[in-house]
Write a protein that binds this ligand. Structure first.
Ligand SMILES: Nc1ncnc2c1ncn2[C@@H]1O[C@H](COP(=O)(O)OP(=O)(O)O)[C@@H](O)[C@H]1O
Ligand SMILES: [Mg+2]
Length: 232
């Protein structure tokens, strides 16, 4: 009798190398993020944090090493297969919220579902329910320009979670928010991930933001290592 297989880690990186114009930005990077785990990634500007997120998402090819997300070897997929895997398994939150200006809040949130083949009425229903979970019940038909920065980031968070991804990648998600709005957004992110079970890799400069992580890592020329100096 065999034991049930434990779920694959949310993220596994082994010996990842990435060069731009012959210069290694990442070299020999290893990382393991468990299901449901929240990891903060700190590091100087230009150290390669955004590049690392792009490699995890399969947005760019690695030059060496392996990237696996929820058991799928992203680094072995071609661009089309990576895009289709990304749509189903990964949610993104950016500093610039990247809402589509010509779509209302619910339709912005519905985009990942539509891309995954969910029919429009069901997608809008799920998007509206997700908006309610981030405190935006009643704002489903608001246009992005009618929403405050904090509200726009909550729409972006709803969009990142609506398709129940195994992994959320966030690149400076509170970089454009004032401290109190940022604190609310972070509490919301932590709570939403707690209930969805999605893992998080969060790039941030902020100790406040890093505090929602279970683990803090610092990226520099030597790779990734634990960083607990950032605990508030
Ligand atoms: N597409 C690209 N082409 C060339 N160089 C790039 C590209 N993307 C990033 N870089 C370079 O790689 C380094 C790391 O960039 P980045 O990952 O954006 O750092 P961080 O997010 O930590 O500030 C920088 O020197 C940047 O100029
Ligand atoms: Mg960056």
């Amino acid at each position: 009798m065999s034991l049930p297989a434990s779920p694959a880690p949310a993220v596994e990186l082994i010996g990842v190398r990435k060069t731009f114009a012959g210069r290694a930005v990442l070299d020999g990077v290893d990382l393991n993020v468990r299901r449901g785990e929240r990891v903060a990634l700190l590091g100087e500007s230009g150290s390669g944090k955004s590049t690392l997120l792009h490699l995890i998402a399969g947005l760019e090819p690695v030059d060496a090493g392996m990237v696996r997300v929820a058991g799928t070897e992203v680094s072995a997929l071609d661009a089309d297969a990576a895009a289709s895997f990304r749509r189903s398994a990964i949610g993104f939150v950016f500093q610039a919220f990247h809402l589509l200006p010509h779509l209302d809040a619910a339709r912005n949130v519905a985009v990942p579902l539509l891309l995954n083949g969910v029919a429009a009425p069901a997608a809008l229903e799920r998007a509206t329910a997700m908006l309610a979970r981030v405190g935006l019940a009643g704002r489903a038909s608001a246009w992005p320009r009618e929403l405050s920065g904090g509200e726009q980031q909550r729409v972006a968070l709803a969009r990142a979670l609506v398709h129940a991804p195994a992994l959320v990648l966030a690149d400076e998600p509170t970089g454009n928010l004032d401290p109190s709005t940022a604190a609310q957004a972070l509490a919301l992110i932590a709570g939403a991930l707690e209930s969805s079970g999605a893992a998080l890799v969060l790039v941030t400069h902020s100790a406040q933001a890093a505090a929602i992580a279970h683990r803090r890592l610092r990226l520099d020329a030597r790779g990734l290592r634990p960083d607990d100096a950032t605990l508030p």
